[in-house]
Design a protein around this ligand. Structure first.
Ligand code: G6P
Length: 611
């Protein structure tokens, strides 16, 4: 969601904040702002990208060694200069940046207005700034106490940083649900909503816990917990290189991340699959393996692309491990009084590990007594901490808002889980298991071959870039791939696209088919191959345009389809890994040709920390 950065030390704060905001821009990009404290507070804010803010600030006074910055993804109030963060209190004593939502802001605002306070923006954050100031001036307490008392009155989620002219050598950070990390330098501290702005200055970090409040001065950091937990200070070493968060010669992060997939998939299975002993070892699940293997039911909870990975998981786990699987949108699960109990294993999938709905669903499942496991990409994230056990995907930092390499890494992990259970239960023979391990090992090489066809994908994109609707169809594990292909296209090119199980086409989408609508089939060879060939014929019989992803050497579909994309032959269990790649690249090229901002599509955010 929004991005937070703060600096206190002896260096010039503004360049550090600006660079940090550029690194954080993938989290939100409708407006940006900085506040610099140098005796007085200077606040600069601008609707649009961080580069618009940079233009706006050029030539203005920026001297300061303490400051805060924010990139916004609007929740309360439209994106404009006024609603951008930082927000200041009425008298200007307090300035604040905030991620999350203050749910009772309307009630608080009314109370403050009744006390005569006035407001300039529509945001919940300004309400908090004024609440802090009101408590500070009316109760004669310290800056620290005013912030703590104000936060006691707040319902909702926050990751926030406050600076004040009343105590100009202090920066206060506080967290409830919305992540914050503090970087420890030499007589300097960095604070951010994720580690990307910090990594080039220090690798020593502290992730704040829920209800933590950090009082940060140049030579001192004091951590307190405002809840009942007490806080434990755990200094960690960042496992993140600067090269990971740069584009490294690619035009866009999304393109870089698509091309990283051979490596990110390999990083995800390396050290976990053991062809020599014919084993899969997932260290994070070791302690709960028995419970997992004997699960009566597995419930997957996730959002967006991670939900699609969960759907692939449903096919794989039911097929190989014979455990019934239900795949739930976290946002639905949490609000519908779900049937869940101690016999269930819940598998939460999340790239960021911070998605608010997934976190809330985890909480609910834990309270109901279920064993909750996580598949996360971001180490130390809230979801990885709130689950009982889990497996990290080692996809590396994903910055493009449209998820690509995280999806294939998630599918890799779920495949390993399904195989591990299947073998443990004696459902997969030693031979079949060995074959699957060797097939998994070969996936990166197969994806390399697909990436070599990028020019062909660009050519197909050129032909269909002006489409207004696109239908994606697949069966079995290729149905979630169809959903994911459609999601990629609509997210970044704003073309309406739908994914459907191919056979369901007859119950609705077939009515849409005409010579203008491209229909993308994922039609690789598996047990339902003949059925999908029939579906292609049904589309062709109605003058539809067919783009088909097929197994290398397929001649039958070549004769019917307008375009075929050949991918190397792959065991049907693993085929979603290579088959999604052409869809990612076609969406990328179409978006680019339509002049869309590929890495930062409108209205979307990388990590959705509000419901
Ligand atoms: C947002 C992102 C998607 C992502 C979804 C779930 O919508 O734009 O790319 O799939 O959130 O995020 P998570 O971090 O939980 O996987």
């Amino acid at each position: 969601m929004c991005g937070i950065v703060g600096y206190i030390g002896n260096k010039d704060a503004y360049p550090i904040l600006l660079k940090g905001l550029k690194r954080l821009e993938y989290r939100g990009y409708d407006s940006a702002g900085v506040a610099l404290l140098n005796g007085e507070i200077s606040i600069y804010k601008k609707k649009g990208k961080v580069s618009d803010l940079e233009d706006h600030v050029r030539g203005k006074e920026t001297k300061s060694t303490i400051g805060i910055g924010h990139t916004r993804w609007a929740t309360h109030g439209e994106p404009n200069d006024l609603n951008a963060h930082p927000h200041h209190s009425e008298k200007g004593l307090f300035t604040i940046i905030h991620n999350g939502i203050i749910e009772n802001y309307a009630v608080l605002k009314k109370t403050l207005m009744d006390q005569g306070m006035s407001f300039y923006s529509e945001t919940d954050t300004e309400v908090l700034a004024n609440l802090i100031e009101y408590i500070y001036t009316s109760q004669d307490v310290s800056v620290e106490s005013a912030v703590a008392l104000a936060l006691q009155k707040v319902d909702g989620a926050y990751g926030l940083v406050v600076i004040s002219t009343e105590d100009p050598n202090l920066m206060i950070a506080a967290r409830k649900s919305s992540p914050l990390v503090i970087g420890l330098g030499d007589k300097e501290y960095f604070i951010a909503s994720d580690a990307t702005p910090i990594v080039e200055y220090t690798d020593r970090v502290i992730y704040l816990n829920n209800d933590d409040m950090a009082l940060i001065r140049r030579d001192e950091l004091v951590l307190k917990n405002m809840g009942s937990n007490g806080t434990s200070v755990n200094i960690q070493t960042l496992d993140l290189g600067i090269s990971e968060i740069e584009k490294q010669g690619y035009d866009h992060y999304m393109l870089k991340e698509i091309f990283e997939q051979p490596r990110s998939i390999e990083d995800t299975f390396r050290g976990r699959i053991h062809p020599d002993t014919n084993e899969i070892r997932l260290g994070g699940l070791h302690a709960v393996k028995e419970q997992l293997v004997n699960a009566k039911r597995i419930v997957v909870i996730a959002c967006g692309t991670s939900w699609h990975a969960g759907l692939v998981g449903e096919y794989l786990i039911e097929d190989m491990a014979r455990i019934p699987v239900e795949v739930e949108y976290a946002s639905e699960f949490r609000y519908r009084n779900p049937m869940i109990g101690p016999d269930d294993v819940v598998l939460a999938i999340s790239q960021s590990g911070e998605t608010a709905d997934t976190l809330a669903a985890i909480q609910l499942a834990r309270e109901a007594g279920a064993l909750v496991l996580g598949i996360c990409n971001v180490a130390g994230s809230s979801i990885s901490r709130e689950t009982h056990a889990g497996v990290y995907t080692h996809a590396g930092t994903e910055i493009g808002v449209a998820s690509t390499k995280a999806f294939t890494a998630q599918v890799t992990v779920i495949t390993m889980i399904a195989m591990m259970i299947g073998k443990e239960k004696g459902l997969l023979s030693e031979d079949r298991f060995a074959k699957l391990i060797s097939e998994l090992n070969n996936i990166p090489g197969k994806i390399e071959k697909i990436l070599e066809q990028n020019e062909e994908f660009r050519r197909i994109a050129e032909i269909y870039k002006d489409a207004t609707n696109v239908l994606y169809l697949g069966r079995g594990v290729s149905f979630p791939v169809a959903l994911e292909g459609a999601l990629k296209l609509k997210e970044i090119s704003y073309i309406h696209a739908e994914g459907y199980p191919a056979a369901e086409m007859k119950h609705g989408p077939i009515a849409l088919i005409d010579e203008k609508m491209p229909v993308v089939f994922i039609a690789t060879r598996d047990s339902s191959y003949n059925k999908i060939v029939s579906n292609i014929q049904e589309v062709k019989a109605r003058n539809g345009v067919v783009i088909a992803i097929v197994t290398e050497g397929d001649t039958a579909i070549k004769e019917m389809a307008d375009h075929v994309i050949e991918i190397p032959e792959t065991d049907p269990v693993l085929v979603s890994l290579p088959s999604v790649v052409p869809l990612q690249l076609i969406a990328y090229h179409i978006a680019l040709m339509r002049g869309c901002d590929v890495d930062q599509p409108r209205n979307l955010a990388k990590s959705v920390t509000v419901e």
